[in-house]
Design a protein around this ligand. Structure first.
Ligand SMILES: [Fe+2]
Length: 153
């Protein structure tokens, strides 16, 4: 564990966020049909969020004495909304792995960095859960017997 390992993992997360800016922007340009009404704005918002996260990471990496990467991670492309959403989930999971590795690289007593990362990880997890719902990978598992239709008398 050490400062360099922390910086390297933050740079991996930064590469994912930079990829997110480009990938989400391209998907906002490419989405067509009636889905465009909703998903153009959705992808633009995601691109903005990735940009915000990239800025925070870049500032943090310099604060730790590192140099922020200028190389984005792999950018996934598609013209099909279903694939765009799956690709978004893959990218967000890749980013999560980097954030988690950065957390694990923190010294045990480096609580300020850990607390900061926990806030980032918490945001990313909510984002992943939303994408899992959008791709229907995550659904409520309540049995139908638990859903009781109230009779109207
Ligand atoms: Fe992010």
């Amino acid at each position: 564990m050490g400062r360099q390992e922390l910086i390297d993992n933050l740079n991996k997360a930064l590469a994912c966020e930079l990829a997110g800016v480009i990938q989400y922007s391209q998907h906002s340009y490419l989405v067509t049909g009636t889905d465009r009404e909703v998903f153009k704005g959705f992808f633009r918002d995601q691109a903005e969020e990735a940009q915000d996260h990239a800025e925070v990471l870049g500032d943090k990496i310099v604060a730790l004495g590192g140099v922020p990467t200028v190389e984005p991670a792999m950018i996934r492309q598609s013209v099909e909304l279903k694939d765009m959403l799956s690709q978004a989930l893959e990218l967000e999971r890749e980013a999560m792995a980097a954030y988690m590795a950065a957390w694990a690289a923190c010294d045990d007593n480096d609580l300020p960095q850990k607390f900061w990362l926990e806030g980032q990880i918490s945001d990313e997890q909510m984002h992943i859960e939303e994408l899992e719902k959008l791709t229907s990978e995550r659904t409520a598992k309540a049995g139908t017997e638990r859903i009781v239709l109230r009779e109207v008398s």
